[in-house]
Design a protein around this ligand. Structure first.
Ligand code: NDP
Length: 333
């Protein structure tokens, strides 16, 4: 068995030196336990915060202990009446090739006709974050303009498509021309802007949003968000989903400059965590699946191969290497 542990708390942009691969034994499952072989790992931006020492809304990773995160696995040995060998399960577990856990610690995936990986992307936390953040916090109405940052990422790409389903005009902001083409040509965005190559983001946004901005789904914070916020219409809504531009501790100024703007437009900015919506997950998943099977929702995944490449795949999120959800394929079922 192998696990990936955190060996230091990086300052700034982390490198692979923060992680180490360690060999460990496999524990035999005891009563009511199962042995789970890891198939897919999810790497997520919020994990950067867990590498720091301070407590946030979730505990920091412990030094010299395995990274933990969302994953999909297969039961290969069972001492539980609840799960059988061959069952596919989902859980929040240590980054290990094999985990011996209580059957209760994982939930069985009743696989339909989507690839297993979809349960970590469009039919997982990613899709749910887009669904509740946009519809519950953002509340877009037909004909309104919705702007989303990190638009070609896991959450952003679903946000834009749901906004289209709801009849909004959708503008995405992303970091490469390949992503811009993907958003405009494949995902039906009305306009997408490359913030890395646009000289004047503010001006490009003004042109893309001639009627102003009614909903800004913020995944990134910092200067990109300042530019969008300057265009808010009266009674605009701003779901604060993430602020990846600040996760590595870069000193992005979050301006008090936006306060007069929020006041004048009577706009609402609201932070949310997807865990707040746990009781409504079934509702969200039902709608996401319905749109998926009706062909109204497309999803993309960038899948790194091999357990040992999980740290690299995680770090690539901060370099914008992923289109859609970044996952790591560890093993075949
Ligand atoms: P993404 O798939 O969007 O991946 C991260 C992307 O962020 C990169 O591909 C890159 O795309 C962009 N990015 C990286 N660094 C910067 C930067 N400095 N400035 C601007 N963009 C940057 O990740 P997710 O969809 O999983 O997450 C998106 C956001 O949602 C994150 O902030 C995350 O923390 C948050 N989140 C919040 C949840 C909640 O409950 N509130 C739940 C899940 C996610 P590009 O090429 O466009 O720069």
């Amino acid at each position: 068995n192998q696990q990936i542990i955190l060996i230091n708390r990086p300052e700034g942009v982390p490198t692979e030196d923060a992680f180490e691969l360690r060999n460990i034994p496999i524990d035999k499952p005891e009563r009511d336990q199962v042995l789970v072989k890891t198939l897919y790992l999810s790497v997520d931006p919020y994990m950067r915060g867990r590498m720091n020492a301070g407590k946030s809304y979730i505990e920091p990773f412990a030094l010299h202990e395995p990274i933990t995160g969302s994953m999909i696995g297969e039961v290969i040995e069972s001492n539980s009446a609840e799960l059988n060998v061959g069952d596919k399960v989902q859980g929040f577990l240590p980054w290990q090739l094999y985990n011996t856990v209580d059957a209760k610690a994982v939930s069985k995936i009743n696989n339909t006709n989507v690839p297993l990986s979809a349960y970590l992307s469009v039919l997982g936390i990613t899709g749910l974050t887009a669904y509740f953040g946009l519809l519950d916090v953002g509340q877009p109405k037909k004909g309104e303009t919705v702007v989303v940052s990190s638009a070609a990422g896991a959450v952003g790409s679903i946000v834009g498509q749901i906004a289209k389903i709801k009849g909004a005009r959708v503008v995405g902001i992303a970091g490469t021309d390949e992503k811009i083409a993907h958003l405009e040509n494949e995902l039906g965005f009305d306009k997408a802007i490359n913030y890395n190559t646009t000289d004047d983001l503010q001006k490009a946004l003004e042109e893309a949003c001639p009627n102003g901005v009614d909903v800004y789904f913020d995944n990134v914070g910092g200067k990109i968000s300042d530019a969008v916020l300057s265009l808010l219409n009266n009674f605009a809504r701003v779901p604060l989903c993430g602020s990846i531009s600040s996760y590595n501790g870069e000193n992005e100024a979050f301006g008090p400059s936006i306060q007069p703007k929020l006041l004048k437009t009577r706009s609402t900015m609201k932070g949310f965590l997807i865990t707040d919506y746990e009781e409504r997950f079934d509702e969200g998943l039902r709608h996401l699946a319905e749109w998926l099977f009706a062909g109204k929702l497309k999803y993309e995944e960038t899948i790194a191969e091999g357990f040992e490449n999980a740290p690299r795949a995680f770090l690539d999120l901060f370099a914008g290497k992923n289109v859609g959800k970044q996952l790591v394929k560890v093993s075949d079922p």
